[in-house]
Design a protein around this ligand. Structure first.
Ligand code: ACO
Length: 191
């Protein structure tokens, strides 16, 4: 995904982690012009993700990120676009208190890290970038995929999780979240 400004200037590293402050690196802190460009990137990514998932509205935007305690992992390719860089995609995570049904049909209260949004630019899908970004987040959070919950995963994402992590959906839930076989065995829950 190309932008009319230098992506390498905004995001110095291959992976950036953005939170409520929208600060991607030392250079952008307190620099309104660069902050505005970061907001443009997040809004554009959010729109593209919603379109790809056929959602009526974006679930990721700069203003949403500023008002919620979520983290957005962004992957860039710094060499493309004549050295100005392109944004490859993003992954958004956050903790949510959920009421889930286990195999016995009991309600279990848990607050797992949830995958809330995930998008790789259309022309770059199926080249391994999604896995690279997902792995970076797992290492950063020191987590296994089975310990997380997934908000309304798309067919492509379900296929991704089955292929790379051998995950198969567990008990169907009453909400939009999906947890996988092994979730209830592994997670420590507060009932
Ligand atoms: N059709 C079916 N499966 C796909 C497709 C596709 N078009 N694209 C990727 N996958 C799955 C497959 O399992 C594929 O393996 P295969 O090519 O051997 O069949 C595997 O992902 C490829 O792995 P990566 O290359 O690492 O994944 P990619 O870089 O494509 O990223 C992602 C995966 C993020 C799901 C990407 O395809 C995408 O952005 N899709 C559109 C948006 C989307 O559906 N996002 C998930 C929303 S749900 C949520 O966020 C909770």
């Amino acid at each position: 995904m190309e932008f009319p400004f230098d992506i390498n200037h905004l995001f110095p590293e291959r992976f950036s982690i953005l939170d409520q402050t929208l600060v991607a690196g030392r250079k952008t802190a307190g620099m309104p012009h660069l902050q505005a460009n970061i907001e443009t990137v997040i809004d554009e990514l959010g729109r593209a993700s919603a379109k790809a998932q056929q959602l009526p509205a974006s679930i990721t935007s700069a203003s949403k990120l500023q008002s919620q305690k979520h983290q957005l992992y962004l992957l860039k390719d710094g060499e493309s676009n004549g050295g100005r860089g392109v944004v490859v995609g993003f992954l958004k995570v956050g903790y949510k208190k959920l009421f889930l049904l286990d195999r016995q049909g009991s309600h279990v209260e848990a607050e797992p890290l949830c995958i809330l949004d995930f998008y790789i630019a259309e022309n770059l899908q199926r080249y391994g970038y999604g896995r690279e970004l997902f792995e970076f987040m797992l290492q950063h959070k020191k987590l296994e995929p089975v310990l997380m919950a997934y908000d309304r995963p798309s067919p492509k994402f379900l296929s991704f999780l089955a292929k790379h992590y051998c995950l198969t959906p567990s008990v169907p839930q009453a909400n939009n979240f999906v947890v996988f076989e092994g979730f209830f065995v592994n997670i420590s829950v507060a009932q």
